[in-house]
Write a new protein. Structure first.
Length: 92
């Protein structure tokens, strides 16, 4: 059965939504188990990935937020540059 067929079947049988949710949760449990195994075995990439997502309150993150003074918006100023040819006469 195609994926769309499954979605159509679930739409016609909403009582099966709980079964779908349980299957999804079961797969998530398996994935979390593998993450745990990789971290316990010292896989550096997995450790970094895990800390980026779960260790934010301990300072492990690659996200950087920039704000202006006192947490306000960032102010951007425009600088205009004029190039002067020293061989030309200055306007009066």
């Amino acid at each position: 059965m195609s994926r769309q067929g499954v979605y159509n079947w679930l739409a016609r049988h909403p009582e099966l939504e709980e079964v779908r949710k349980e299957a999804e949760d079961s797969l998530l449990d398996i994935a979390e188990g593998h993450v745990h195994t990789f971290v316990v075995n010292g896989d550096a990439k997995m450790i970094r990935w895990f800390l980026d997502r779960k260790g934010k309150d301990r300072g492990y993150t690659t996200r950087v937020e920039s704000t202006g003074a006192d947490g306000g918006p960032v102010s951007i100023e425009t600088i205009t540059r004029t190039i002067v040819d020293p061989d030309e006469e200055a306007p009066e």
